[in-house]
Design a protein around this ligand. Structure first.
Ligand code: ZN
Length: 131
């Protein structure tokens, strides 16, 4: 029996995000990519975070900064509150989510509306608006 998935889907890790973050399967929907990226933040899988960022945005990422960020937060919970497109047959998608994070003993709710694009058949994170 696998442990619960860090994305808090209540599914076992091996039946949720594990095949994605280990690069064995591509997430079929933007929402699944979103969940797997939350899991990657939780597990400090910086390579996966970089790989799943749209190629045009990848140069803006700093590997060490990302790793430090992952290490500084605890990913407490994820709730996907809305999606638009982002399905198996789409090229673009939007996912709005609430990520509950904790850092230095303080809880913080990160609310973001993220945009995803499909590149070479794989969903990638393009950008996000936070409020
Ligand atoms: Zn998961």
């Amino acid at each position: 029996m696998s442990r619960p998935c860090p994305c808090t889907s209540k599914l076992p890790f091996d039946r949720c995000c594990q095949p994605f973050v280990e690069g064995r399967k591509l997430p079929p929907t933007a929402a699944q990519l979103m969940r797997s990226r939350f899991t990657a933040y939780a597990l400090g899988k910086v390579d996966y975070l970089i790989e799943t960022t749209a190629s045009a945005k990848r140069a803006e990422l700093d590997r060490e900064e990302l790793a430090a960020y992952c290490a500084s937060i605890s990913c407490v919970g994820l709730k996907i509150v809305a999606t638009e497109q982002g399905g198996a047959a789409d090229e673009n998608g939007m996912v709005k989510f609430h990520a509950s994070l904790s850092s230095g003993g303080k809880r913080h709710l990160h609310v973001e509306r993220s945009t995803f694009v499909r590149e070479d058949g794989a969903w990638r994170y393009l950008d996000g608006e936070t409020n």
